[in-house]
Design a protein. Structure first.
Length: 207
């Protein structure tokens, strides 16, 4: 079966509003990677070369931004643009743009409404961080701390629905409890599993 045609020369740009600060930028799905964007001379625009994507194959990117305090109401805090070529369709230098609008409110009920799909994608990044933290604690001989952290990571994977990673974390926890250490194989299995994220279905009731 032929693979989907490529979208090439993909450049992702993020232009921030005044007083907004970029903290991190990630590729989240189908695999996780922390991106290292360059900053343009205006001091507000960050760009990263994504290289290539495939048509009809989902990809997900996420950013963490620090926002200022503002009066109630909607505010455009950033603009995202994607520039790309599609050689098979003779498309070159096409650009798509989208505003990132944040609704500021003092209403607790409104502020408590979150996008579960977004939260669960970032939870997958949190799992990866927790696994790395647990490995560091294990190497330092802090078994109790490592066990607690792995339990947190496993609970997140269960909520997300990453069955394979839930299983590998459970096996690593058992090994840690029985032997007071984790093998290099268990560490590697967890790290590889955490780097391959799962597609989030925003209609999933578990979210």
């Amino acid at each position: 079966m032929p693979r989907a045609p490529l979208i090439t020369n993909v450049i992702l740009s993020l232009r921030l509003a005044d007083d907004v600060r970029l903290e991190e930028m990630h590729r989240i799905f189908p695999n996780s990677a922390k991106l290292q964007p360059g900053i343009e001379p205006d001091g507000k625009t960050y760009t990263v070369d994504v290289n290539s994507l495939r048509i009809k194959e989902s990809s997900c990117f996420g950013v963490k931004m620090v926002l200022p305090a503002r009066a109630g109401g909607p505010a455009t805090e950033a603009q995202v643009s994607l520039r790309y070529d599609v050689p098979n369709l003779e498309i070159e230098g096409h650009t798509e743009e989208c505003d990132v609008v944040v609704e500021y409110t003092a209403d607790r009920d409104l502020s408590g409404r979150i996008d579960r799909e977004v939260v669960n994608y970032f939870n997958q990044l949190n799992v990866e961080s927790l696994i790395n933290e647990a490995i560091q604690e294990t190497r330092a001989g802090n078994v109790a701390a490592a066990t607690k952290i792995l339990t947190q990571a496993q609970m997140l994977t269960q909520k997300i629905g990453n069955v394979a990673l839930t299983r590998s974390i459970g096996q690593a926890s058992e090994e840690l409890n029985e032997k007071g250490a984790m093998s290099s194989g268990a560490m590697k299995t967890m790290r590889v599993g955490a780097s391959h994220t799962v597609k989030i279905d925003d209609s999933d009731p578990r979210q």
